[in-house]
Ligand binder design. Structure first.
Ligand code: ADP
Length: 633
C-alpha cells in the first residue's frame, strides 16, 4: 500500500488523536493549576503562621505588661492573699488568662496566692507556663497560665477556624492545642507549617529558662484537593469513550464512503470502457441542441476533442458550410422530436475537411428520475458503404456504357460497310481520271498531284473506318511497335491547315527520348486528332492568341502525351463527366469523341486524364505503358 493510501485510510483516527492530545493538554493544565494552588496555599499558610506568632507574642507581651503594672501597684504593701484578691488587676488577669497569681519573698517562699484552692480551673491539668515581675522591695509576683488558654484567646477566630494551632515541643509532643478536637492522623496528611516560638514561653517560675524548642504549628483543617480535580477526571473519563465511539462511527462511515467510491469508480471505468470501445458514436444533447456528452468514437469521427465539443450549440463545427441551412432545418425537426425512427442520413465534415456520410438514430435522453432531458444520438459512419454503392453504381453505368459502345460498334460497322463502297468508288474514280488524263497527255502537275492526294486520302479514310470498325467490334487494338512522336506528327499534319485557318498557334515539345511502344498507331492517331480538335473547338470561345501545345515525354514506365490549350478550361467538370457517352456541349457534337478516346487508351492499359492548366485552359493527357523490352532495354 502506498503511504498516501495508508494516510487516507487512517484519516478517521485524526479526531481521536486530536482529542487525546486535547485531553492530555487539559490534564496537564489542571495539574499545573493544582501545583500553583498548592504553592499559593503554602504561602498563605506561612503568612498565617507568622501572623499567629505575632498575635501570640503580642498577647504574652500584653500579659507581661499587666503583670508589671500589678507589681508596681503592690509595691510596699504587705503581702497577703486578701490584698491580691482585692486587687482589680488580679481579677481581670484571672478572667483573661491567668490560672493563679503567687507572691514570693526573696527566698522564693510563698507569701500569698490566689485563687486559694488550686484546681478550680479546668486548664489546671497539664503543662503551665509562667510570667514573673518583681515587687518592691524584695518580693516576686508569679503568674501561671495554660498554653491551651493562650492559644484559645491569643489566636484570632478566623485562624482558629481554618487551622489547628498547636504548641509542640522538641520531641513533637503537643503541649497545647487551640481546639478541643485535634485532627486525627487517619484523616490524611494536611499541609502544616511550624514556626519556632521560644522567646516568651517560660516553663519554670524560678529560673529564666524558656521552652527552648517550642514551636507553633499550624495545620490546615480542610484537606487540599489533590492535583487533578475529580470533576475534571469524570469529564475526561466520560469524554474519551464518547470520542472513541464517535471515531468508530466515523471509521465505519469512511469505510462505507470508500467502498461506494470504489464501486462508483469501477462502474465509471466500465461505462467509459464500453462507450470508448463502441463502434457507434454517441452524443447526448439537451432540448436546445447543446452537446452534453460525446464518446470517443464521436470525437474520432469529427476529429475534435470532447473538451471542444461539449457545451456547443448549433451550428456545429462538423456541419459542412455549404449545407448549413439544410442541416439547421433538419436539426430543428430532430429536436422537436420528429426525427425518423428508422434514422436519417447526413453528411458531416471531419476537422481535416474530409466529408463523411453518417446515419443518425435519435432516441429520448432520460434522467435518473425518468424525465426526458434531451436526445441521445447514435451515429454510424456509412462513408465506406456509400462509396461501395457508388462504385457499384459506376460499374452498372460502365456496363451500360459498354453496351452502348457495342451498339455503337454495330452502327459504326454498318456505317463503315456503307462508307467503304463510296470510298472505294472515290478511289477508283480518282484512279480512272488519272489514267484518262495520262492518255490525253495532260501534264498539269497541280491537277495530277491533287488527284494523287485524293486517292491517298480516300485510302486513308478507308483504313480509319476499317480500323475503328475493327476496334469497336473486337475491342482489341493491334499491338505493333510504334513511335508515338511519329504518330503525333502524322495526326498534326492532317490538322495543320485547319488550325492555321482558325488562327491557332501550335507548340510542339516532343521528347526524343520517347521509346517505341506497342500500340495501334491508327487508333492512337485518332485519339490525338480528337484531343487537338476538341482543343481547337474550345478555342473558338477565345478572341485572339489561341494556342495549343502538344508534348510527349517519358514518365516512369509510361509515355505521356499532353494536349493543352488556353481556352475556357474544364469549368469544374471532371473526366468521368466529359467521357460519358453522348455528353457534349457543342451544337453539333456527338459526345462520343472522348468516350472512344478513353476506350482506346484503356484498351492499351493506359490512362486518360483531364485537368485545368495554371493559366485556366484545359489539359488533356494520356499515358501509355512502355513495352517490356523498352522497360528492360
Ligand atoms: P464532342 O466533341 O462531340 O462534344 P467529346 O466527347 O469529344 O464530344 O467532348 C465532350 C465535351 O467535352 C465537349 O462537348 C466539351 O464540352 C468538352 N471538352 C472537350 N475538350 C475540351 C477542351 N479542350 N476544353 C474545353 N472543353 C472540352
Amino acid at each position: 500500500m502506498k503511504p498516501r493510501e495508508i494516510l487516507s485510510r487512517s484519516l478517521w483516527l485524526a479526531p481521536l488523536v486530536l482529542s487525546l492530545i486535547f485531553v492530555g493538554g487539559v490534564l496537564a493544565w489542571v495539574r499545573a493549576n493544582g501545583v500553583e494552588e498548592q504553592e499559593l496555599q503554602r504561602q498563605t499558610l506561612i503568612s498565617d503562621a507568622l501572623s499567629a506568632e505575632v498575635q501570640l507574642r503580642a498577647r504574652i507581651d500584653d500579659e507581661q505588661t499587666y503583670l508589671r503594672q500589678l507589681a508596681a501597684g503592690l509595691a510596699g504593701q504587705t503581702p497577703s492573699s486578701a490584698v491580691l484578691a482585692a486587687h482589680p488587676e488580679v481579677n481581670a488577669g484571672l478572667r483573661r488568662l491567668w490560672l493563679s497569681v503567687t507572691w514570693l519573698d526573696a527566698r522564693n517562699r510563698v507569701l500569698a496566692e490566689v485563687p486559694e484552692q488550686a484546681g478550680a480551673n479546668r486548664y489546671e491539668d497539664g503543662l503551665s507556663l509562667h510570667l514573673t515581675a518583681r515587687v518592691a522591695p524584695d518580693g516576686v509576683l508569679v503568674v501561671r497560665y495554660a498554653p491551651a488558654l493562650l492559644l484559645k484567646r491569643g489566636v484570632p477566630w478566623w485562624l482558629a477556624r481554618k487551622y489547628d494551632v498547636q504548641l509542640v515541643d522538641s520531641a513533637d509532643q503537643v503541649i497545647a492545642s487551640s481546639t478541643d478536637s485535634p485532627l486525627r492522623a487517619a484523616q490524611g496528611p494536611r499541609p502544616s507549617y511550624r514556626i519556632a516560638l521560644p522567646g516568651p514561653l517560660r516553663a519554670s517560675p524560678l529560673t529564666e529558662a524558656t521552652l527552648a524548642d517550642a514551636a507553633l504549628e499550624l495545620t490546615l483543617r480542610e484537606p487540599v484537593p489533590d492535583g487533578v480535580r475529580p470533576l475534571a477526571l469524570v469529564l475526561v473519563a466520560g469524554f474519551l469513550p464518547l470520542i472513541a465511539v464517535a471515531s468508530w462511527l466515523l471509521r465505519r462511515q469512511m469505510r462505507q464512503v470508500q467502498r461506494a467510491e470504489v464501486t462508483g469508480r469501477t462502474e465509471a471505468a466500465w461505462r467509459r470502457a464500453m462507450e470508448d470501445s463502441a463502434l457507434v458514436a454517441l452524443r447526448a444533447r439537451d432540448f436546445d441542441g447543446r452537446l452534453l456528452y460525446v464518446n470517443r468514437t464521436f470525437c474520432d469521427m469529427v476529429g475534435l476533442p470532447a473538451e471542444q465539443l461539449v457545451g456547443l450549440v448549433p451550428p456545429m463545427p462538423y456541419w459542412p458550410p455549404d449545407a448549413l441551412d439544410e442541416l439547421t432545418e433538419r436539426n430543428r425537426r430532430n429536436l422537436a422530436g420528429h426525427a425518423p425512427r428508422e434514422g436519417f442520413e447526413a453528411r458531416w465534415r471531419h476537422s481535416s475537411g474530409r466529408l463523411l456520410d453518417v446515419m443518425v438514430f435519435e432516441s429520448p435522453l432520460v434522467d435518473a428520475g425518468g424525465r426526458q432531458i434531451g436526445w441521445m444520438g447514435s451515429i454510424i459512419d456509412i462513408t465506406e458503404r456509400k462509396q461501395l454503392e457508388e462504385r457499384e453504381r459506376r460499374q452498372v453505368e460502365t456496363l451500360a456504357h459498354n453496351a452502348r459502345l457495342t451498339m455503337l460498334g454495330e452502327v459504326a460497322s454498318t456505317l463503315a460497310h456503307e462508307l467503304n463502297q463510296p470510298l472505294t468508288a472515290i478511289a477508283s474514280y480518282g484512279a480512272g481520271v488519272t489514267n484518262s488524263l495520262a492518255k490525253l497527255g495532260v501534264q498539269d502537275e497541280l491537277v495530277l498531284g491533287a488527284l494523287q492526294r485524293l486517292g491517298q486520302q480516300a485510302a486513308h479514310a478507308g483504313r480509319i473506318v476499317a480500323r475503328i470498325r475493327e476496334f469497336l467490334t473486337r475491342r482489341e487494338p493491334r499491338h505493333e511497335p510504334c513511335d508515338l512522336n511519329e504518330v503525333i506528327s502524322a495526326a498534326l499534319d492532317l490538322l495543320k491547315r485547319d488550325l492555321q485557318r482558325r488562327g491557332i498557334a501550335l507548340e510542339l515539345a516532343l521528347s526524343p527520348q520517347v521509346p517505341p511502344v506497342l500500340a495501334d498507331a491508327v487508333l492512337i492517331e485518332q485519339v490525338v486528332i480528337n484531343l487537338v480538335r476538341n482543343a481547337a473547338d474550345a478555342l473558338l470561345a477565345r478572341e485572339g492568341g489561341r494556342r495549343i501545345a502538344v508534348g510527349s515525354r517519358l514518365a516512369g514506365d509510361f509515355v505521356r502525351i499532353d494536349v493543352s490549350d488556353n481556352g475556357p478550361g474544364l469549368q469544374g467538370r471532371r473526366i468521368e463527366q466529359l467521357c460519358a457517352p453522348f455528353y457534349s456541349t457543342k451544337a453539333e457534337g456527338m459526345g462520343m469523341g472522348l468516350a472512344i478516346c478513353r476506350s482506346i487508351v484503356e484498351a492499351h492499359q493506359g490512362i486518360l486524364d483531364a485537368s485545368d492548366t495554371a493559366s485556366g485552359g484545359a489539359l488533356f493527357s494520356f499515358s501509355l505503358p512502355l513495352s517490356r523490352e523498352s522497360v528492360h532495354g
